[in-house]
Design a protein around this ligand. Structure first.
Ligand SMILES: [Zn+2]
Length: 846
């Protein structure tokens, strides 16, 4: 009893403190006292701490418990099993009709249905915060925005509750948020230290910007490589919001950015001009008004681009809504000094709070206008699709069922309509097999996303890109695809399932598994893990199998039954289980005498060693690239891989590993002794897989001797105007674009591939010549390699003379240099196998 009384007094005392604090964010505003403010709930003024993600969720749960105006939903979980939640706020009446409201919005976005009466429809507003975990002000602003929307007695708030449904996603990247919050809180000083050099303001590698696998989730709305994005996009398609926000932070010395973004060159080519020319300026007036009121400085129309569909502010633009990016100067920590004095955490939070409110007011004032725009957007998509003669896109890879399935599922996740192809076809020399190819008609509401998936864009109004300038997803998935003059073919596909092949019964001399399938490497590793001895056949052959005569290409897996530790029945049971799980077809043969090509005991057949892989990570290493590799190993291969901090290199005995991965980065901290250990291990048969400038370091250390491409007449003007510096220098970057490369299909790096040409992704300006040894350039750029994205003329010339992958022998070992990005953004399924071949077949590459 006494405890309760004390608690009451304590809460009242806290409450007073907090009211004073919330006053900073909402001066003079009257609130419903029955709804606790974030400060009251948490027990500290907002801005004093970086609120832990679980407490943000708890606050939202509290709002849900105490009011019929709020409803929290868990839509999924992050890699680290944090719940992904969305808090929906609207009047109690609207909340009672929420499902009808949602269905009406879906109806509005579907031109095949009658247009509902938009005058009576509430505005659907989606407020998204904290996609970058170390840009923490926005998640605090999310709590204040939710509080204001529910508790404010102002006319605007009342009007919003009645005429809008507001979804608040408080943290798009909870794992990264907690990584950074823990850092900022645990390094906070009392009093706080504003010096930018203080540890609080300088996070440990890799920082909290990214998710568990060090991916930037503000690039993942298109690739959907992560659960955080998959559930978010699924939610998006359940609502088709009229407005979607995305709140960020930038440098401490900057001010505040809101849209419009940089015009023309950095706009997405499929988005209607109305979005940029009319809607953005309409909304900008509100942002300016709110910022003028608090005296905060701001800017627009510069730097930030709006073209890449994987941004949280661009994806909505391709779905009939308005996507908005906001950036505030960062205090990165609780207070940090800047050119304008000390920037406090609270100051940055307030900037995002006022723009959250400004967005809602603008959405409300333009409610009917935005509904009409949404309808117009999808109706015009259906009308425009096919006008240019491209009635559909046909795609499919006859050699790789799993990659086909992954791509079909990916299209379905983006709500693109896909149909089976019902006949064998040949379009411009590319054949498509019935049952292994699909048709995507262009006259569908998602026409603009269809273009995003299949179109290459080469012409640009600008030459400086904030990010990638190419994103053709069919190329990323390595899909052969063609434009077709017919609309659709077989039945519509609504789901994708793993095929279940019949497992061969009876006594086997050996089992064979083709290496072409995307999940063949996973199957291999799982067999090895189960103690099954597996070999690779390095030449093509054909065998008499349970299905009759079957042709196999180089790289086929062979499980010889006479050389196993496990019993034959145990192997059959295990193989059946793994093949079912991974969708793999297993062939059995009863003789090693093949019908054609090499026999199964040939010298061209060798045991595949069980890979033991270590990757160097830590300060100086490109975390994004390392994360892409880690994600591939974990999520697509299921292989444990040691992530070794560069500073602990002195502790490793490389002789216990088969493969060392060196992502792009700075390796100058390795001592001479450590470099000698590396050389020794390499000379005894180790394999290094190095990416981009890691290869330059290996060259510097004399470990490899590859040569850079140089142009004869590469001369720049001696003097240029100061103002053109950014544009001139920026134009030399290869920010991210797609090229056609030629594969040597006989090289182990290309095992599992069947077409000589392959699209690759490149985001480096390092151009290296093909190897001096004419057999060791398995990937070389083609004579006219440019498929999509921006590249300068000079760089394109260099690229034409350069290699994608070069093997450098070193003693009994070798270095496999990659100059393109085979695992880019977890979405280049078409080139992953080049990388995995270097892991499983590295010892056969030179
Ligand atoms: Zn950001």
């Amino acid at each position: 009893m006494q405890k309760t009384l004390l608690y009451l007094i304590f809460s009242l005392f806290l409450c007073n403190l907090c009211l004073a604090q919330e006053e900073y964010y909402f001066p003079g505003e009257k609130f419903d006292p029955t709804i606790p403010s974030p400060s009251q709930f948490l027990g500290y003024p907002i801005g004093d701490w970086h609120t832990r993600y679980d407490l943000i969720v708890k606050y939202f749960e509290k709002l849900d418990q105490i009011s019929p105006m709020a409803q929290i939903k868990t839509i999924g979980y992050t890699h680290e099993h944090r719940p992904k939640v969305i808090l929906t706020i609207t009047s109690a009446v609207n909340m009672g009709n929420l499902e009808q409201i949602r269905l009406k919005q879906i109806q509005l976005a579907d031109p095949s249905q009658a247009k509902p009466d938009v005058n009576s429809m509430p505005s659907i507003i989606h407020q998204g915060y904290g996609v970058h975990g170390n840009e923490p002000s926005s998640a605090e602003a999310a709590m204040l925005t939710a509080y204001w929307l529910m508790a404010s007695q102002s006319d605007l708030a009342k009007n919003l509750r009645e005429n809008a449904v507001v979804h608040i996603d408080p943290t798009l990247n909870p794992d990264g948020r907690d990584r950074h919050s823990l850092w900022a809180n645990s390094n906070k000083g009392f009093p706080p230290v504003a010096d930018p050099l203080d540890r609080e303001h300088n996070e440990a590698w890799p920082g909290g910007r990214t998710n568990h696998y060090w991916f930037d989730l503000n690039r993942d709305w298109l690739p959907l490589a992560h659960p955080e994005s998959r559930v978010k996009v699924e939610w998006y398609h359940q609502w088709y919001p009229n407005v979607t926000t995305d709140f960020h932070e930038m440098g401490t010395n900057s001010t505040y950015f809101f849209e419009p973004t940089k015009p023309f060159g950095s706009e997405n080519p499929v988005v209607p001009r109305k979005n940029y020319d009319d809607i953005n300026p309409r909304f900008a007036k509100y942002f300016a008004k709110y910022m003028d009121e608090i005296g905060s400085l701001y800017w627009s129309k510069e730097v930030f681009d709006n073209s890449y569909p994987g941004y949280g502010s661009t994806y909505p633009d391709i779905h009939g809504g308005l996507g908005l990016v906001f950036e505030t100067a960062s205090s990165r920590g609780h207070v940090q000094s800047s050119q304008r004095g000390d920037i406090t955490f609270a100051f940055t939070i307030r900037n995002h709070v006022v723009n959250s409110l400004a967005t809602m007011e603008a959405a409300l004032d333009n409610r009917v206008y935005m509904h009409d725009y949404l309808r117009e957007f999808f109706a015009s998509a259906v009308a425009e699709g096919g006008k240019d003669g491209a009635k559909s896109y046909v795609f499919g890879d006859e050699y790789d069922e799993s990659r086909n399935r992954l791509f079909v599922k990916f299209l379905l996740d983006h709500k693109i309509k896909v149909y089976e192809n019902s006949a064998d076809l040949s379009i411009a020399g590319q054949s498509y097999k019935k049952g292994k190819s699909w048709v995507v008609p262009t006259n569908q509401p998602q026409y603009r996303m269809v273009r995003t998936m299949f179109e290459y864009v080469k012409e640009f109004a600008d030459s400086v890109f904030y990010d990638a300038s190419a994103w053709t997803m069919a190329a990323a998935y390595g899909m052969p695809f063609s434009v077709a003059a017919f609309a659709k073919s077989g039945t519509q596909v609504t789901e994708v399932s793993t095929p279940n092949f019949t497992f061969p019964e009876g006594k086997a001399y050996a089992y064979l598994i083709d290496w072409s399938d995307y999940y063949a490497p996973k199957m291999l590793f799982e067999m090895q893990k189960a103690g099954i001895h597996v070999e690779a056949v390095h030449r093509a052959f054909s065998s008499q199998t349970q299905d009759g005569s079957v042709s196999f290409s180089a790289g086929t897996l062979m499980i010889p039954m006479g050389f196993q530790k496990l019993k034959a029945e145990e192997i059959a049971t295990k193989l059946k289980e793994l093949a079912g799980k991974n969708g793999q077809k297993v062939y059995a043969v009863t003789t090693g005498l093949n019908l054609s090509g090499v026999d199964l005991g040939s010298n061209s057949v060798s045991a595949i060693q069980v890979p033991k892989v270590v990757m160097l990570v830590g300060p100086g290493i490109n975390g994004t690239e390392a994360g892409e590799i880690w994600n591939l190993m974990d999520q697509h291969l299921g292989m444990p891989m040691t992530k070794l901090n560069l500073e602990q290199f002195g502790r490793i005995n490389l002789h216990e590993y088969t493969t060392l991965i060196m992502p792009s980065g700075n390796y100058n901290s390795l001592s001479e002794g450590q470099v000698n250990h590396l050389k020794d291990w390499l000379s005894r048969g180790g394999t290094i897989i190095s990416l981009k400038n890691a290869s330059l370091w290996l060259n510097q250390k004399g470990i490899t001797k590859e040569e850079a491409v140089k142009l004869e007449d590469e001369k720049e003007p001696a003097v240029l105007p100061f103002a053109v510096r950014n544009d001139f220098e920026g134009a030399k970057e290869v920010g991210g674009s797609i090229y056609m490369a030629e594969l040597d299909l006989t090289h182990p790096l290309a095992y599992g591939y069947h077409r000589k040409s392959i699209p690759v992704y490149r985001n480096t300006s390092i151009f290296i010549k093909p190897s001096a040894d004419k057999y060791l350039t398995p990937v070389k750029y083609s004579a006219s390699p440019h498929l999509g994205g921006y590249i300068s003329k000079a760089n394109l010339e260099k690229l034409k003379q350069s290699a994608g992958v070069v093997i450098s022998p070193a003693g009994q070992g070798r270095v496999v240099h990659f100059f393109d990005s085979p695992n880019f953004r977890g979405t280049w399924f078409g080139t992953n196998k080049l990388f995995l071949n270097a892991i499983f077949h590295g010892d056969n590459m030179d």
